[in-house]
Design a protein around this ligand. Structure first.
Ligand SMILES: [Zn+2]
Length: 247
């Protein structure tokens, strides 16, 4: 059991997001997070969240924390910049975790570049949020399976084919929780940073308030050319250098 003093410090930063028929989401934040972005230090407001299995209060969550093996399950989080709930325009990036691209700087995909570039775009725009979605590794197949998919890709399969050969759907990612968190933080519409109009349409079905998206391409190299071409040819991504699109 945590002490009363600790409860006083934490409970006002913990918020249970409820939706009928759905599991609760416990949202924690904001936490000040100064981040080195190129040559400047930018302070973001950081929130993280946890899907709650059973009916629990925020106090119950605190009291059971040390008995729950949270390190074995990854949690998603969001970096918020600017006056997020009241600013009229906000740029949103729903970034799927990519261990190899984001952390190691792998050139087999463009994720690491997209992560940093979307942070730059959000800061330049003055307001926005970068969602970092932890259960999205390898389009939702997990890191272990992604390494197997990479072996198949080395043997000539493309990204979509490799996932299908391993028995997965092409794309198993869900954005539902992220959009519930977004709705908690902001009621106004947003502009989505993505090269994929299909992603915008899918997110709108989950309740995302957005009619516009803005692309980000770059960092094309010999190592990720096939990966990027597959995104355009098979996954509905718009080719590079398109202007802002409204659908
Ligand atoms: Zn990647």
């Amino acid at each position: 059991m945590v002490t009363e003093k600790v409860k006083d410090l934490l409970l006002n930063k913990m918020n249970m997001i409820k939706k009928p028929g759905e599991q609760d989401i416990c949202l924690v934040g904001p936490v000040n997070l100064p981040v080195q972005l190129d040559d400047q230090i930018v302070t973001f407001q950081w929130y993280t969240w946890l899907k709650i299995e059973d009916e629990m209060s925020t106090e119950d969550v605190l009291n059971t924390l040390s008995k729950t093996n949270l390190a074995a399950m990854q949690q998603s989080s969001v970096l918020v910049y600017g006056d997020f709930d009241s600013e009229n325009d906000a740029l949103i990036r729903m970034h799927s975790i990519c261990h190899t691209g984001d952390i190691f700087g792998s050139k087999r995909c463009d994720c690491g570049f997209q992560l940093r570039e979307s942070m730059r775009m959000i800061v330049a725009g003055g307001c926005g949020a970068l969602f970092y979605l932890a259960n999205h590794e390898g389009r939702g197949i997990g890191l272990f399976s992604k390494s197997l998919a990479y072996i198949l890709q080395q043997e000539g399969f493309d990204t979509v084919e490799a996932n299908l050969e391993l028995g997965f759907k092409d794309d198993s990612r869900s954005y539902e929780d992220a959009i519930r968190v977004l709705s908690e933080l902001r009621a106004k519409p947003v502009t989505l940073i993505t090269n994929n109009p299909k992603k915008l349409a899918a997110l709108k079905e989950y309740g995302l308030l957005s009619d516009t998206h803005i692309p980000l391409w770059g960092d094309v190299s010999e190592y990720n050319k096939k990966y990027l071409t597959t995104k355009v040819e098979k996954s509905g991504h718009i080719p590079a250098k398109e202007e802002i699109t409204t659908i």
